[in-house]
Design a protein around this ligand. Sequence first.
Ligand SMILES: *Cc1c(COP(=O)(O)O)cnc(C)c1O
Ligand code: SF4
Length: 336
Amino acid sequence: MITASHAARLSLPETDWRTLWREAVTDPQELLGLVGLGHLADRLPAADAGFAVRVPRGFVARMGQGNPQDPLLLQALPQLAELDVVPGFATDAVGDMAARSAQGVLHKYEGRALLIASGSCAINCRYCFRRHFPYGDEMAAAGQWRKALEHVREDSSISELILSGGDPLSLATAKLEELTRGLAQIPHVTRLRIHTRLPVVLPERIDDAFIRWLGELPLQKVVVLHANHANEFDARVDAACARLRDAGATLLNQSVLLRGINDDADALAALSERLFAAGVLPYYLHQLDRVQGAAHFEVDDDRAQALVEAVRHRLPGYLVPKLVREVGGEPSKRPV
Ligand SMILES: *Cc1c(COP(=O)(O)O)cnc(C)c1O
Ligand code: SF4
């Protein structure tokens, strides 16, 4: 139910998203305290296991109290297991991360070019390859846009530009406007896709200025969200999704299969149902990139397939995500 004060909060720019971004929890002890687990501080690894803690307060508010296994908490809280060195888990799991950040544009798949628009994220997900590439915001500079757009302009086979990162919506809307002004001069690009976790972890980012920009874009628009568990949704996330749809975006979701977080058929089915309730279709369920520090999240392929099979038996086909893995050098994501 939406109360009057709630509605006011949804429509008024009472707290700018950048302020909420800055006010994120960055101290793991504080995070434990906020969810009633202050007594577990001795289970934290020293120095955040080499990857800073960052989680917006609105996302913390969706975590359960007193539950060390909470599926949202586990995505953000450093654990001792991150210090384990496990064979097969590298610091450059996808193989091309260095090239990604230097060049800024990745054109591996036919018809689609992916732009590393920003290296920043509002949340630091413990399972992310980004833990080894704390690259900055260098892509936001106008000169870098120009180089990336030049590549896209010169290749008429590219019909879809994907903004990825990091999180491209970490950029100011004015920066996004700057990019799409350049894009408007490239007739063969007909679709803009945005890969972002912000509508889920910091829904305030989907503010009036952003919606105006998105709504006025003369392109087809796809926004691929990233949520891993039904509990990540609340009324504010629903409102952000509704605004994105009203601005003409098709909404999809990608998740990562994570041991202890969403690796059971009930959790996956509930996620699909919750996505659909928010007007979002499940797209990909990714097998984890094998990065050092994330081995404790891995689910083996046999179990992963069995889980998706169980979901397939329960839900309509359009609510079953495709189970995939990213393999360097392949022409697409590889179905598992
Ligand atoms: C994942 C990815 C894409 C998008 O692939 P889709 O299957 O179209 O979602 C495009 N380019 C690169 C480099 C990617 O890693
Ligand atoms: S939001 Fe995406 S890119 Fe950023 S830390 Fe999380 S998984 Fe990685």
